[in-house]
Design a protein around this ligand. Structure first.
Ligand SMILES: [Zn+2]
Length: 512
């Protein structure tokens, strides 16, 4: 036999072996359709389902598959678990990012004629521990660049004959915005809520078993975390994930957070927020809870717990019977705890001096010589206009036609449908109005009001104009939501002289 023939025979053998092997791989391949968890909860709760891609309005993220996503796959048969050699890459992503395909090559040790389960994990590393598949899950994974949120931990389990992988979230999420108002850069490491009764488990791993999973409980000081650097005057974002404290199945109810303080490590030292998170807040697997805190150089404060992000104003749904939503902050304020601007009633430009002489609707400073909004000839020119017209409505003029000043009906609705608590937020006293029917809450800072002598009652009283004057009382007065804290205090609809300086909290009326 010459060399040429020998080489040909060898080639033929190699070719036969190769094709045999390829055939075998093909038989062991299963193509599976992967679907993202549903986003249904996003409309009914504070926060929303998140995964992956930040939306323009902050972290109202949409669950979407992206090119490059990988799925680690395991196969369980007869009590043994096998890992599929290399992670599956997703392909054929649908236009809305909700579904994709991926291929699994069953390990050779798996008998294809018998039953087996497939378990897949994405977003975190997973490995085999005895007869379990374990997802490695550090408590706090990432500081987030706004453009590059991570794929969050998800998993699925399916049976041999299924070609559908319905992914589910492993954790609940907390997105924390930290504003550094100090004069120097900080390193910030978030270590979670400090609560009297733990409401969650967090762990460094999650055991996936059948159709449910459980986390290992860990001490509250065990928190792992990535560190972010936040320059002076800037905001950093850090996300944590939590495993709600129960064995998790799809039927699991929400967990709630109450009386929590925020614990963090700033420049290597432990910092705890001064203000407790008082409201009961729901947090569920697959949902995100948004929070803002400010580091002022010595103390960590909750900025607020009302808004989904820092882009104020927000229209807060308190579940009022009328459906009206209330602004999260005052006109002129940059956050719910700031005082904002003071206006005389029916004026649209803020002032810091409020006298009868400089009031727009008194002729020559005479409150018995009213030039508009008068229904009694003893007080001026009668026009019988009661409510402010749009051009004299400071909310309409300063924020646009979607916003109006509160009517007396709205003020009464607030008083009747909310639980009211005196509190301190970000160093400012005031009343928090918590909805009796949903998670909504707004804060009215007690930032006083102006009379001709200047600003009075700062930290003790608040006064928020309605859009109605009070013709049956006196047309030179207008209705105001007024409160004062303490034993002799009140919170009620009252009438003030129109030339005084009060705050304005707009109502969202939407497109009309
Ligand atoms: Zn807001």
């Amino acid at each position: 036999m010459n060399k040429v023939v020998l080489l040909s025979l060898l080639s033929l053998t190699v070719a036969l072996l190769t094709s045999c092997n390829e055939n075998d791989i093909e038989k062991r391949q299963v193509t599976i359709t992967a679907t993202m968890p549903s986003d249904d909860l996003s409309s009914s709760r504070l926060g929303s389902i998140i995964n992956g891609v930040p939306a323009a309005d902050g972290f109202n993220l949409k669950a979407q598959w992206k090119d490059g996503d990988k799925i680690q796959v395991f196969v369980r048969q007869d009590g043994k678990v096998y890992q599929v050699e290399s992670p599956s890459r997703v392909s054929d992503i649908s236009g809305d990012g909700k579904t994709c395909l991926f291929m699994v090559t069953l390990p050779k040790s798996v008998n294809r004629d018998k039953d087996y389960d497939i378990i897949g994990v994405t977003g975190v590393e997973a490995y085999i521990d005895g007869a379990d598949v374990v997802a490695s899950c550090d408590l706090t994974r990432v500081g987030i660049d706004s453009s590059d949120a991570p794929l969050l931990p998800m998993w699925f389990a399916c049976k041999k004959s299924s070609t559908q992988a319905k992914f589910r979230h492993l954790c609940a999420y907390e997105v924390l915005y930290v504003y550094n108002s100090s004069e120097s850069s900080i390193t910030f490491r978030h270590s979670g809520f400090e609560v009297m009764t733990p409401w969650y488990k967090y762990s460094d791993k999650i055991v996936l078993t059948g159709n449910s999973f459980s986390g290992y409980e860990a001490g509250q000081t065990d928190a792992q975390s990535n560190e972010i650097t936040i320059p002076a005057g800037e905001t950093g974002t850090i996300m944590s994930w939590y495993i709600p404290r129960f064995d998790v199945t799809d039927e699991t109810p929400d967990a709630t957070i109450n009386n929590a303080r925020l614990k963090a490590i700033v420049n290597g030292s432990t910092a705890t927020s001064t203000d407790a998170l008082k409201a009961y807040k729901s947090i569920a697997r697959g949902s995100a809870y948004y929070m803002q805190a400010t580091w002022d150089g010595s103390t960590l404060n909750f900025s607020n717990e009302f808004c989904p992000d820092g882009n104020h104003p927000h229209a807060i749904d308190l579940g009022l019977p009328s459906g009206r939503k209330i602004a999260c902050c005052n006109i002129g304020a940059n956050s719910p705890s700031e005082c904002g601007d003071y206006f005389a009633w029916g004026e649209t430009t803020p002032k810091t001096s409020f006298t009868k002489a400089n009031y727009k609707w008194y002729s020559s400073g005479d409150d018995h010589n009213i030039t508009k909004y008068c229904s009694n000839s003893d007080y001026g020119i009668v026009d019988n206009i009661i409510g402010l017209q749009p051009e004299d409505d400071a909310a309409y003029v300063n924020w646009g036609p979607e916003w109006h000043m509160m009517g007396t009906a709205t003020i009464n609705e607030l008083l009747e449908n909310c639980t009211i608590e005196w509190t301190k937020i970000n160093g400012m006293h005031g009343y928090i109005f918590k909805s009796n029917t949903n998670n909504g809450a707004i804060f009215f800072p007690a930032v006083g009001w102006y009379n001709s002598g200047g600003l009075n009652y700062l930290e003790d009283e608040g006064a928020y104009w309605s859009c109605y004057n009070s013709p049956t009382v006196r047309p030179d007065w207008a209705y105001v939501l007024s409160f004062r804290h303490g034993d002799l205090g009140w919170i009620d609809l009252k009438s003030f002289g129109r030339h005084n300086g009060c705050n304005i909290r707009p109502v969202y009326v939407g497109q009309e």
